[in-house]
Write a protein that binds this ligand. Structure first.
Ligand code: UDX
Length: 481
């Protein structure tokens, strides 16, 4: 039998066990998984809680992560809607509700002393699932940390919604009110217009979370022990200093994919990513190899955005008329018509011609780093924005929901690394924007994109602010676990 001393010693030498719970969207999972890998590389025991659908996707697209990190384990939970990929992107509200209620049961099970797992020292939960911890926090007595996967500027905008309502800057009074400037968000004065606020400020859409919920979640992060963000000081400094007045324990760790690569590079064994990327569509890389430098516009709208056929056709014609070669990711679930008729228009199904390459899913980070890529037409999801920034590729933004309208405003007006096409997508505008980005104003955008890329890499590279913040965070985590 183990003596008391032995028990104490083994508890002291055992690596701290952290439970990580992301929201089940690709954009959220990708970011938070980078953190999970970073913690595993730092010798934490990590349990990553996901739905079976996301687990399958990870296996297909990210290789065998568990084999690369023996101290990172996936735990799956969920039935019903959580196993039905057809509903992803179409009913986020139902998805969030079910994730919270079913995930809570699983969390309780994993934290129980009968779970057969090491005692959980801390839970890192996606801030979008913050209600889970309100209900469980006291009961479990385990410290809770929030991970906010989107930009600091959008987080700060949500946080300020109650104030905007109080001083009558919200609600937005119809279409004609969209260009009115918002003046009462500290650090963002006269920078954002109504149309640049998070999309829910325009009114609610069927199947999405409500603005009230997102504002509640932004305020609720004040209850967390610490808040983690995938951004960096040189990028969002003014907004971050405003946020720190309300969130004193805020760690900026971004761009996380750069931080992860820096850490992997210093642990060469872990960098041997067996099977990684192998099932992504690599035909596009060969196609890119055959294109002249900086000639291609890469087009992708993330993992959940859904468009109508008419919108896609405007983009198709605009791209064709621009006469530039383009690589377009068209997911099988990218198109949805109100009558439920899904499927691609014939032109797009036939797809490739001498100037176009169409794939269902691409190795996006590699694509953006490819010498042939000179521009990115994006929905301004936060991961895509950061990945493009790191690669020094200027953007054309066509934001759709959530944080995207705010991100795209910052891309064009603050960082000056692209054009914001929001709300006005037709073939003429697409053609003009592609030409502006790739020809007319090319040098100007390239210069600012290269400068920002250097800052991003420096920030998460060895010795940079995000790199140091990660080490501070590790020490903090050990102290609370
Ligand atoms: C969502 C929201 O849109 C985003 O605004 C929020 O910040 C996070 O959740 P998503 O719409 O999927 O995410 O967009 P984004 O954040 O850009 O993430 C997409 C991820 O999928 C990126 O990491 C991108 O590299 C990856 N991807 C996308 C691929 O690897 N291949 C593809 O073909 C398309």
């Amino acid at each position: 039998m183990m003596s008391v001393e032995d028990k104490l010693e083994s508890a002291e030498t055992r690596p701290p066990h952290v439970l990580i719970f992301p929201a089940p969207g690709q954009g959220h999972v990708n970011t938070i998984l980078s953190l999970a890998e970073l913690l595993a590389l730092s010798d934490f025991q990590v349990t990553f809680l996901i739905t079976p659908h996301i687990h399958n996707r990870l296996r297909r697209f990210a290789g065998d992560i568990e084999a690369r990190h023996p101290n990172l384990t996936f735990e799956t939970f969920g039935h019903g809607v959580l196993q039905n990929p057809a509903l992803f992107g179409h009913n986020l509200k139902e998805l969030a509700e079910q994730t919270k209620s079913q995930g809570k049961l699983k969390l309780r099970e994993l934290c129980s002393e009968h779970s057969g797992k090491p005692k959980v020292g801390c839970i890192i939960v996606d801030a979008l699932l913050g209600q889970v911890d309100s209900e469980l926090g006291d009961e479990l007595g385990i410290p809770i940390i929030h991970f906010r996967t989107a930009s600091a500027c959008s987080f700060w905008a949500y946080f300020n919604v109650p104030k905007l309502l109080q001083c009558n800057e919200l609600p937005i009074k119809g279409e004609e009110d969209m260009d009115r400037e918002i003046t009462r968000i500290p650090g963002m004065e006269n920078l954002v217009r109504c149309r640049d606020l998070p999309a829910l400020c325009r009114g609610e859409r069927k199947g999405t979370l409500s603005l009230d919920t997102l504002v509640y979640l932004a305020l609720h992060s004040q209850q967390a022990k610490a808040v983690l963000m995938n951004t960096f000081e040189d990028l969002e400094g003014p907004v971050l200093s405003q946020l720190r007045r309300h969130f004193p324990s805020l760690y900026t760790l971004g761009p996380l994919h750069v931080l992860l690569n820096s850490k992997k590079a210093s642990k060469t064994a872990a960098a041997a990513a067996s099977g990684r990327e192998e099932e992504k569509d690599r035909t596009c890389m060969r196609w890119l190899d055959a294109q002249p430098p900086k000639s291609v516009i890469y087009v992708s709208f993330g993992s959940v955005a859904v468009y109508t056929r008419a919108q896609l056709m405007e983009i198709w014609h605009g791209l064709m008329n621009s006469k530039k070669p383009f690589l377009w990711v068209i997911r099988h679930d990218l198109v949805a018509e109100p009558d439920g008729d899904q499927g691609l228009p014939a032109e797009l199904q036939e797809g490739a011609n001498e100037r176009a390459c169409i794939v269902e899913w691409a190795p996006q980070q590699e694509v953006l780093e490819h010498a042939a890529v000179g521009g990115f037409m994006t929905h301004s999801g936060w991961n895509s924005t950061l990945e493009s920034m790191v690669a020094g590729v200027p953007m054309i933004c066509w934001p759709l929901f959530g944080d995207q309208p705010t991100n795209s405003r910052y891309v064009s007006e603050v960082w000056k690394i692209g054009l914001d096409m929001k709300d006005t997508c037709d073939r003429k505008i697409v053609e003009k924007m592609v030409n502006d980005l790739m020809v007319e104003r090319r040098q100007e955008f390239e210069k600012s994109a290269e400068a920002l890329a250097a800052l991003a890499r420096k920030s998460a590279g060895e010795g940079g602010p995000s790199y140091s913040n990660f080490h501070r965070f590790i020490e903090y985590l050990k102290s609370i676990c």
